[in-house]
Design a protein around this ligand. Structure first.
Ligand code: FES
Length: 277
């Protein structure tokens, strides 16, 4: 764990190489801040003061600016996180389907409350908001892997096995749950090659599609957009084009324009060229 306000030389160099790879993905360096904070968590298990200083230094931001982002998002941890974040969904649907009961039971069983970690450093317990898995309610997440259709007993069994060091498999998705630091590295954009493991969309998720196919149901057509010239509807146009702008895919449409940062640089280059001539 790092608690000082800077990394040693070896660690800085190792992190810098990864951070530069992240920064290279964006037209503006500061856009790399979110994945860089995940990178810091993959190193320290939370966003440490040294990690904040590292990001600020590389992105030419103040530490106050970086801290403002860290404190805005709950996925960034401001104190050392456990090896496994166990999130119990207590949003409306999961709550009425048993999420509240699971939360109460796990909190009693582990002896910790929201955003608190068990003394062995294994489990950080959280109440979480809807994870778009309401068709499997009540849902629990472990390091953002799905544990569907849980009960207080099944949830208790999962955390007991995690704390015992057993390999634990979610109910769909990856074949096993990875650690908080490993997960953070993936969120920083460094793949572990496991994205396609297991089943993503299970039977309840696909039920609507299956029913629609069986019964020949289709979605209504998107309303026709007004024609820029005549004001009449442009049948078949799924996305309204703005007056005076080329349609998507045509030369100089938005799909063809350079990114904003590049446009600014091009404009600067043109300005300085015309000044010189
Ligand atoms: S309410 Fe829990 S996943 Fe949607």
């Amino acid at each position: 764990m790092t608690t000082t306000h800077s990394y040693d030389e070896a660690r800085t160099e190792r992190l810098r190489a990864d951070a530069l790879a992240i920064i290279a993905r964006y037209p503006e360096p500061r856009s790399a801040l979110l994945p860089m904070l995940h990178l810091v968590q993959s190193q320290d298990g939370f966003v440490s003061p040294a990690g904040i200083a590292f990001c600020a230094d590389l992105l030419n931001l103040s530490t106050a600016e970086v801290s403002a982002v860290v404190t805005f998002y709950t996925q960034y941890k401001r104190h050392p996180n456990g090896e496994y974040t166990v999130g119990v969904c207590t949003n409306t649907l999961c709550a009425v389907m048993g999420g509240d009961a699971i939360w109460e039971d796990l909190s009693d069983h582990l002896g910790v409350g929201h955003d608190e970690t068990t003394p062995d450093g294994k489990v950080t317990l959280e109440r979480i908001e809807c994870n778009a898995a309401c068709d499997y309610a009540p849902v629990m997440m472990v390091n953002w892997e799905f544990f569907d259709n849980q009960t207080p007993d099944s949830a208790r069994d999962v955390v007991d096995r995690l704390r015992a060091g057993d390999e634990v498999a979610p109910t769909r998705g990856a074949a096993s749950v990875c650690s908080f630091k490993q997960m953070s590295r993936v969120l920083a954009g460094f793949t572990d090659g496991r994205a396609d493991e297991g089943v993503g969309a299970g039977e309840p998720t696909l039920r609507g599609t299956v029913l629609a196919r069986e019964r020949g149901w289709t979605a209504p057509r998107f309303p026709a957009a007004p024609d820029a010239e005549s004001g009449s509807g442009a049948a078949g146009s799924a996305v309204p084009e703005r007056a005076g702008e080329p349609a998507t895919g045509e030369p100089q449409s938005s799909a063809q324009r350079p990114a904003t940062g590049q446009r600014d640089k091009d404009a600067d280059t043109q300005t300085s060229t015309s000044k010189e001539s």
